[in-house]
Design a protein around this ligand. Structure first.
Ligand code: AMP
Ligand code: GLY
Length: 424
C-alpha cells in the first residue's frame, strides 16, 4: 500500500516507524515529517494544517491510507474530506473529533453517559465565571473550551490565579475563538495516566497504559510543556483498574458517541486522574498522545497497518493486540528555554553512536536536515527511548544513550519514569 502520515513531531516519527515495519507498506510519505522520518520515508513539504494541499497530494500520488497524527486537521475535518475522495483515513471525522475540540461538549457528554469526571460549570462571560470562582474558591481549574495547543488549562492554586486565567481568555482573548467559553472545574488531586484505545465505532482494542510528564523540570516543577517524557506500560494502571477504565469509561464513550450520531473511529485517548485508585477523565483526545506514543508503539508487536485498516472497516473484533513483555521509557531532549523562547538551528551530534546501541530508539520531533546535518527545529527536539524487560534497565538505557547526544543548550528531565517505582 501507499501510505501517508500527516504531522511532523515525535508521535508521527513513531507512527511512521511502526507503519514502515508492516508488510502491507510499500511506500511511505510524511507530510511534512522531520529529519528522523526522512531516513525511513519520503518527506513532503506540506503542513499538517493544509488540508486541501494534503488531499490534493494524496489524490495525485494514489495514497491508499492516511494516518493523521495531530488534532487540528482532525477537528477541521481532514478525514471527512479524504473519505469523500475515496481515500481511507485513520482518525475520527470532524463531528466525532469534537470530543477533544470542545471541552464543554466533552463535559456534557461525560455527564449524560455517566463517565466519571470532575464537577464543573460552563460560562460564556467573565463576570459570571468570576462570581462562580468567588463562590466556590480555589484550588480550581480554568479551561478554555476549544483547541489551545495544550495551553488553555490553568490549574489555579489561588482565586487570583483563576481570575487572571479568565482575564486572559475573555478580556485579552488569548485563545481567540477557542476562548468563547470556559469550563471551570473542580481540582482533583492524584496521579495522572494516559489510556488509549483503538475503536472502529463498535469494538475497542485497548493499548497499554502510559504516563506523560508535563512540567518542564524534575519533580513536576515549572511551567507545563507538550510533555517531557513518557513510559509504558504504566504500572499505576493495574489489571483491576484497567478493566474498570475499559468498562466505565472507554466502552461508555464509544457507545455514547454512536448514540449521538457521531460514530467514533480511530484512537481515543483518555487523560485520567487516578484518585484513591479510581479514575476520573480530565480530557479525551481524538488522536495518539505525544509523547505517549513514543513509549507505546515500540512495544506493539501487531501490524499497525492491519489494525488501522480494521479500525476504518469496522472489523476490529477480528483482531487482537500483541505486546512485547517489556517496558519503554522515553525522554524528551528539549531546546534551552522551552517551553518559553528558544533558538533553532543548533547542530545535533552523537546520533550515529546511539544508532549502534541495542534496545534504544530515537524518535525525532523538532529536527530538520540541512546539508547532511541534523539541526534542531523546535522546542521538543528528540525522544530517546530505552526498552527492557526490567523497568530500571529501560530507564538506564535511555539515559545512557542521552550521554552520547549533544546540541547547544540541550535540556531534559532526569526523573522520567521515577513515579513508576512505587507501583512496581
Ligand atoms: P487537560 O488538557 O484538560 O488534560 O488539562 C491539562 C492538565 O491540567 C492535565 O494534564 C492535568 O495535569 C491538569 N488538570 C486538568 N484538569 C484538572 C483537574 N480537574 N484537577 C487537577 N488537574 C487538572
Ligand atoms: N500527552 C498529551 C497529549 O498528547 O495531549
Amino acid at each position: 500500500m501507499r501510505i501517508a502520515v500527516v504531522g511532523g513531531g515525535g508521535r508521527e516519527h513513531a507512527l511512521a516507524y511502526k507503519i514502515k515495519e508492516s508488510k502491507l507498506c510499500d511506500k511511505l510519505y510524511c507530510l511534512p515529517g522531520n529529519a528522523g522520518t526522512a531516513a525511513i520515508a519520503e518527506n513532503i513539504d506540506i503542513s499538517a494544517e493544509d488540508i486541501d494541499g494534503i488531499v490534493d497530494f494524496c489524490l495525485k500520488n494514489k495514497i491508499e491510507l492516511v494516518a493523521v497524527g495531530p488534532e487540528n486537521p482532525l477537528a477541521e475535518g481532514i478525514v471527512d474530506k479524504l473519505e469523500e475522495k475515496g481515500i481511507k483515513a485513520f482518525g475520527p471525522k470532524k463531528q466525532a473529533a469534537q470530543i477533544e475540540a470542545s471541552k464543554s461538549f466533552a463535559k456534557e457528554f461525560f455527564k449524560k453517559y455517566e463517565i466519571p469526571t470532575a464537577e464543573y460549570e460552563v460560562f460564556d462571560n467573565y463576570e459570571q465565571a468570576k462570581a462562580y470562582i468567588e463562590k466556590v474558591g480555589a484550588p480550581i481549574v480554568v479551561k478554555a473550551d476549544g483547541l489551545a495547543a495544550g495551553k488553555g488549562v490553568t490549574v489555579a492554586k489561588t482565586e487570583e490565579e483563576a481570575f487572571k486565567a479568565l482575564e486572559d481568555i475573555f478580556i485579552k482573548k488569548r485563545f481567540k475563538e477557542a476562548g468563547k467559553r470556559v469550563v471551570i472545574e473542580e481540582f482533583l488531586e492524584g496521579e495522572e495516566a494516559s489510556f488509549l484505545i483503538f475503536s472502529d465505532g463498535e469494538h475497542i482494542l485497548p493499548m497499554i497504559a502510559a504516563q506523560d510528564h508535563k512540567p518542564v523540570f524534575n519533580n513536576d516543577e515549572g511551567p507545563n510543556t507538550g510533555g517531557m517524557g513518557s513510559y509504558a506500560p504504566a504500572p499505576i494502571v493495574n489489571e483491576e483498574l484497567k478493566q474498570y477504565i475499559i468498562d466505565n469509561i472507554m466502552k461508555k464513550a464509544i457507545e455514547g458517541m454512536k448514540n449521538e450520531d457521531s460514530q467514533y473511529k480511530g484512537v481515543l485517548y483518555a487523560g485520567l486522574m487516578i484518585k484513591e485508585n479510581k479514575p476520573y477523565v480530565l480530557e479525551f483526545n481524538c488522536r495518539f498522545g505525544d509523547p505517549e506514543t513514543q513509549a507505546i508503539l515500540p512495544l506493539l508487536e501487531s501490524d499497525i497497518v492491519e489494525i488501522m485498516l480494521a479500525t476504518i472497516d469496522g472489523t476490529l473484533n477480528k483482531h487482537s493486540l500483541k505486546w512485547k513483555d517489556a517496558y519503554a521509557v522515553s525522554v524528551v531532549l528539549a531546546s534551552g528555554g522551552y517551553p518559553l523562547n528558544y533558538e533553532k538551528g543548533k547542530e545535533i551530534t552523537g546520533l550515529d553512536e546511539v544508532e549502534k546501541l541495542d534496545d534504544v530508539i530515537v524518535f525525532h520531533a523538532g529536527t530538520k536536515l540541512e546539508n547532511g546535518k541534523v539541526l534542531t527545529n523546535g522546542g521538543r527536539v528528540l525522544n530517546v527511548v530505552g526498552i527492557d524487560k526490567e523497568f530500571k534497565k529501560a530507564q538506564q538505557k535511555a539515559y545512557d544513550a542521552i550521554k552520547l547526544i549533544h546540541f547547544d543548550k540541550m535540556h531534559y528531565r532526569t526523573d522520567i519514569g521515577n513515579k513508576a517505582y512505587k507501583h512496581l
